[in-house]
Structure formats: structure tokens, C-alpha cells
Design a protein around this ligand. Sequence first.
Ligand code: 8X3
Length: 249
Amino acid sequence: MNRIALITGATSGIGEATAEVLAKNDFDLILTGRRKDRLEELQKKLNCETILLAFDIQDKEATEAAFISLPEKWKNIDVLINNAGLAVGMETIDQGNIDDWERMIDTNIKGLLYMTRLVSPIMVERRSGHIINLSSIAGKEAYAMGNVYCATKHAVEGLTRGMRIDLVKHGIKVSSVAPGAVETEFSMVRFKGNKSKADDVYKGFTPLFANDIAETVLFIVTRPAHVNIDDVLIMPTAQALSRVINREE
Ligand code: 8X3
């Protein structure tokens, strides 16, 4: 029988690539995201059983309603991948846009908590499960104008450690994956659709691609029962720190 994975933010980037990789490796998938059309497009490409849940993870009631709507057997989630996350805006702290801050905090921290609060009690009851939180190099260091985004990813790191402590006695694994620069829609969102600014982020070096992270997730979820990968920091070869990049190409 296939294992069930729930992936938040499956409409693009790392979430979408992870869906594609897990679908080929004996998982059935619950895919969540705001954009229903994107979820449906993805579903067509996958050769596994899928359930689509379109809602905004910033909305606590909508998140709860979506989860409750799952058929009972689908609530037995083996792997929860808390992937939904975003960066919006890049300003110094004195100039920051408070709406942008709230969007990052509500998605990256509160959304992750809402989903975890719904899924983890069933894992506890079943004494089995694996939660993977998508962190970032921004969860390990701060950089200029990254302030609130970096803070949200530091929170993800702190929550990962806390969850692991709370859940260890129930046999539940908790892992975090922190990528450096991954070429996805991430920078288009951060720069609010400014394509040239977004393209500049990945200019002159080979960044990671979403599939690199998806394969890392696959490795994490296919370890034997007695092995947990606590923490992965995965960087492009050309990137030593978030702002130390060898742009030579
Ligand atoms: C995305 C990587 O370096 O832009 O999480 O913060 S970075």
C-alpha cells in the first residue's frame, strides 16, 4: 500500500517538484495550494492517487475546513511536507512594508503551525509519521534587507527542533531542509513581478533547481525506520553563504 504525503504549496517550485518525485516512488498525495487550476494541471501529470485541496494556508478556518473535508483514510498522513512559504519585498527594517511582513509571517510560520496542529494529533494516535519543514539558508543566517523573511525561517528552524522534542516519544520523525538559492518563482514573488530583478538573483552561476530539493526530500523519507535526517543544508556549489556567490559563468 502506498504511503500518503501531504504537500503544502504544491502549485509551483519545490512543492510541485516534490509531488512529481514522490508520485513516482510509491506515495499517494494530498496537494494543497491557493491556485486550483495549477493543482489540477499538476494532478494530470501524476501517476498516483491524489486529492486536491485549494485554500489559502494563511486562513486558519479555511485550512481546518480543508483538512476536515478529507475522506477518513486520507487523514492518516504518513508524511507532512510543510513547504508553503514565500518572501515578499526586500527593504531595510525601517522601510519595510507591514503588509508584506504579515504575509510572510502568516504563511511561513502560522500556516505551517495550522497544518501541523491538524495533522500531528493523528500521527501521535497512530504512533507514526514524518514531518518535513522547508527552511532556508535564511533560517541559518541573516542578510541585508532579509530581516523578516530570515526571521520566519529562523522560526521554522526553532519549530523543527521543538516539534522533534515534543514528538520523539510518539515515534514521529521531524526533519528540516534548508536550501540556498533555488531557481523557482521565489524571486518573482519577492520582487513583486519585477522579472529583471528576479533574473539577476540567478545570474552568472548555476543555482539549485526544485528537483534537487525534491530528491533530497525523497532521500529523507526513504530512510529505514530507525534513521532520521534531522537537518539538511543544501547549497549550490557556487554559493558559500546567502550573499557569497561565485558569479563567473
Ligand atoms: C531562499 C534563499 O538566500 O534568498 O530561501 O534567502 S535566500
